[in-house]
Design a protein around this ligand. Sequence first.
Ligand SMILES: [Mn+2]
Length: 430
Amino acid sequence: MTDSQISPELIGTENDKRASALKSDYAALGEKLARSQIDIEAITSKVADFFVAVPSWGVGTGGTRFARFPGLGEPRNIFDKLDDCSVINELTRATPTVSLHIPWDKADPKDLKAKGDALGLGFDAMNSNTFSDAADQAHSYKYGSLSHVDAATRAQAVEHNIECIELGAALGSKALTVWVGDGSNFPGQSNFTRSFERYLSAMGEIYKKLPEDWRIFSEHKMYEPAFYSTVVQDWGTNYLIAQTLGPKAFCLVDLGHHAPNTNIEMIVARLIQFGKLGGFHFNDSKYGDDDLDAGAIEPYRLFLVFNELVDAEYRGVKGFHPAHMIDQSHNVTDPIESLISSANEIRRAYAQALLVDRTALDGFQQDNDALMASETLKRAYRTDVEAILAEARRRTGGAIDPVATYRTSGYRTKVASQRPAVKGGSGGIV
Ligand SMILES: [Mn+2]
């Protein structure tokens, strides 16, 4: 028995209102898919088993370098954040794990574990933070962390990552994600080769401390906070890191960390081919690292990424189990609603990718029939799979319409009365 933030009775009542329409839509879609020899039940069952981790930092309102405009009932600490994460999972049944960020979420592991257990939530990859200074630290990360010119600063950053592993091990996490803001703002400020040597050496120290069944993910980012060069700037450098460190090291692809128009799905294919795809930070972007909601801008690209993942799944690629995580910043929406919607969009892309006729696609590729190859993908992408997503949620205790049910629950108003209002004003990307 777990603590519910949203009453199961409310979910039941709300689902009753929509059950009959869903039944018709699901039957109609099932009939349509059957004409293409697709068993809707098999797809629904796969979708219900697909999960994505919610970032603890995503349930607070985000901000930009200019300002942050807090919403009502902002979580005050990691325990409030876990309550909010639970709301998302209770309504979608797609997000049973939370990814923590240290030191933001630092607490006694016993208390964190007890809270997670009470809510029925597990802990996904741990995230270290050496891109900002904690109040009590001896050395500043202003000029870098794992690649810093000063050995004591590098040692402090290594120690922090080891602390994240130890905390994660106590919580049942199995991975550490490392993203550093290290880089430079001026040509000549930093020696590209020396800084990367220092980074690799420091990462090697962290790697040595990984428990046997853990993985380490390095995350590349083209720019920001450094605007001229970044130490881990792209997937090529990221691949070199994973290769250099060893078999427990993998690359993490954050969809927003690429130049506009980059063929991300092809990067995903390459990393799968060479056994180094560790996982994702899902989000969307228009211009740069905008951290917009997954599927909000380029849902076709998200589908194409999933097309590569399903292709690998069908080919039975050995040791293929990428971690799925969301990493977004919600500036103008209720973060809970954005995360519900994003979890649905990610599942939608997965469901659509499952509908691709892979035998036909292979045939068109062999025949150099470019138009029909493209049409084969488009046919799957154009299929409205909402009934499959809703049915998967309904069968697992979630809501047929999770955002509407969330609004009906009055959860935000309730927490706003318990959590003091936060003043806005200061900038800062969260
Ligand atoms: Mn990320």
